[in-house]
Design a protein around this ligand. Structure first.
Ligand SMILES: *Cc1c(COP(=O)(O)O)cnc(C)c1O
Length: 579
């Protein structure tokens, strides 16, 4: 009798053994090997332990994806630039300033592998290839002394194109140099397009028919989009491509194909990335649905929704991870177990308070080196109530929203003696947002109560993100609905037993509005009113054991499966290797 083949979608697997069994069944182990790894290309990596500091969520996601692959034993190479300078932000008299600090890769365990060359502007540019190996994964980086910092100059500038071409062409040669062939090319946003182009060029140069090479490259390339509107993307000119891109292509057919993609002498990288990648994903359910991209034929691009996750071992307090594992809420690879929701019934207020008290200690330790905007070292007791807003200081995230009715904010904080910690970097050159920050701080300064209870901490980074997630009580996340692609800082909050106050946007909208403290409304003034109500509610939740258990449990039941980085990587593998 013929054995019936039963397909078990990876979605239903509950433990490690089943995970690997499913992986084997899908022939993943044949598709991916040490010599043919999963390759992940990113212009930004946020991994301070390994000496690379990013700008925000895009880089955090890249670092977490590699860490999860490492834990799962998946051969995985992350290819990224190593920027010899990093940007730090300091605050003086309410004004933020950028400082550029040199970083030496030798200090972080990288070793130089070799040098590769690319051609630009009629010259040969030498790039150093450096790598750092872990057990199953590695970081392969491209660098040179004049590479400058992440996001130096405007998008669409020569230097950006130079950095992107260096990563794509240089990184592709580097991969070959260390004897690897990519099984998969995942492009973390369009700045990495040139990696897929380098592959296409290589296949054609090695004798493959151009159309076959396009089909082959497309099949193995995944483009992960994080942006909502194509129109907002910068363009490059044909003339810039003549200086930086065409000289690096050996195949005439590929050159011709690329030249034909220009419209009025200009090109957006997304339009060619869409063509070179058959697989396309967005970073939350909502984002995949609303991302408005069109291919050259004018058809709307379909993105598979693969919601971002986080590496829980990195972002969750060890005491809380122990709770999840001891109670079998999470399995060994940090996937929620089949009956995790029932198991969460056992979560008690004592568990929550014990863990949060430990988290408060971690926060205080971190704040010891991170004075507030008055230069004051903050130290909080277990009984202090802390709201935090910790995210990049950009328009759509509305860091100023809670300050619109500053007397209302004051009365909410004053009622409980609560503190509001604000942290987030202003994008270099963003005059508008640095003005808004200065204005918030000026108004806070003018109020004798708020002056002591609202604190801005400069130079938001991973350490602060972690410390606030584990150590505060309630997090404020209020992007304009429709503009957040996913967001991951709210995941750090939910996983660390914080009460989440949020608009229904990005990955939060993967869940139900009733599972957290939702801020909704038909206009901004309604949203503002609701935000203040939710802040009052968060305070009252923390004053009632039953309410606190219920709130934390409800958030976890709804979002733990979303938050799990293992779930995310599994979704990618499912998409890349369908049965
Ligand atoms: C988690 C994290 C982010 C991601 O923030 P979102 O606004 O949620 O996308 C950005 N920067 C740092 C330093 C982080 O730790």
């Amino acid at each position: 009798m013929e054995e019936e083949y039963i397909y078990h979608p990876l979605e239903n697997i509950e433990d490690v053994d089943l995970f690997y069994e499913a992986v084997e069944r899908q022939h993943l182990t044949k598709a991916i090997s040490d010599e043919r790894p999963y390759t992940y290309w990113t212009i930004e990596l946020y991994d301070q332990k390994n000496g690379i500091r990013g700008g925000g969520g895009l880089g955090i996601l890249a670092a977490d994806t590699r860490r999860v692959a490492e834990k799962l034993g998946i051969p995985f190479v992350l290819i990224t630039p190593f920027y010899p300078y990093e940007t730090r932000q300091v605050i003086k008299d309410g004004q933020v300033f950028d400082e550029y600090l040199p970083v030496d890769y030798h200090d972080f365990g990288f070793r130089k592998v070799d040098t590769v060359v690319i051609k630009c502007c009629g010259d040969i540019c030498k790039l150093d290839v450096i790598e750092k190996k872990f057990n199953h994964t590695r970081i392969l980086a491209i660098t040179e002394p004049n590479f400058r910092e992440l996001y130096a100059d405007a998008s669409g500038s020569d230097h950006r194109l130079y950095q992107e071409v260096s990563l794509g062409f240089g990184g592709y040669v580097a991969l070959k140099l260390i004897g690897l062939k990519p099984a998969i090319i995942q492009l973390n946003e369009v700045a990495t397009f040139f990696a897929a182009l380098a592959r296409l060029d290589e296949l054609v140069r090695n004798g493959m028919d151009f159309y076959e090479a396009v089909v082959y490259t497309r099949k193995h390339t995944l483009y992960t989009n994080h942006t909502l509107v194509q129109a907002a993307e910068a363009e490059f000119s044909y003339e810039q491509f003549e200086r930086y891109v065409f000289p690096n292509l050996k195949s005439k057919a590929v050159k011709r194909w690329l030249s034909e993609k220009f419209e009025d002498g200009r090109i957006k990288l997304s339009s060619i990335t869409i063509e070179i990648a058959e697989l396309k994903s967005g970073v939350s359910k909502l984002h995949a649905r609303v991302a408005n991209y069109h291919d050259v034929a004018g058809n709307k691009v379909k993105f598979r929704a693969i919601t971002n996750g986080i590496d829980m071992d990195t972002w969750v307090l060890p005491e809380i991870m122990r709770y999840y594992h001891d109670t079998e809420v999470l399995d060994d690879v940090n996937l929620p177990t089949i009956n995790y929701a029932e198991r969460l019934e056992s979560l008690t207020v004592e568990d929550i308070v014990r863990c949060k008290n430990r988290g408060r200690e971690v926060l205080n330790e971190t704040l010891r080196n991170r004075p507030d905007h008055h230069g004051k070292i903050l130290n909080f007791s277990e009984d202090d109530f802390i709201f935090d807003f910790k995210r990049r200081f950009v328009d759509y995230k509305r860091p100023d929203l809670p300050f619109r009715d500053i007397m209302r904010l004051r009365s909410i904080l004053e009622e409980r003696g609560a503190h509001y910690i604000l942290t987030g970097r202003v994008h270099t050159g963003d005059q508008r947002m640095s003005g808004i920050l200065a204005d918030i701080l000026r108004r806070v300064e003018a109020d004798d109560y708020l002056r002591e209870h609202v604190h801005y901490i400069a130079d938001y980074d991973e350490n602060l993100a972690y410390a606030l997630s584990v150590g505060s009580n309630a997090a404020v996340n209020v992007p304009i609905v429709g503009l957040e692609a996913c967001g991951t800082s709210w995941m750090k909050d939910v996983a660390n037993f914080n009460v989440l106050i949020s608009t229904h946007d990005g990955g939060v909208a993967d869940g139900s509005v009733n599972s957290y403290l939702n801020v909704g409304g038909s206009d901004e003034s309604e949203e503002l009113n609701m935000l203040y109500q939710r802040m009052e509610e968060a305070i009252s939740i923390w004053q009632n054991d039953f309410d606190l258990e219920a709130a934390i449990r409800s958030q976890l039941i709804e979002f733990l499966p979303v938050i799990s980085g293992t779930r995310m990587l599994r979704d990618y593998l499912d998409f890349l290797f369908p049965v």
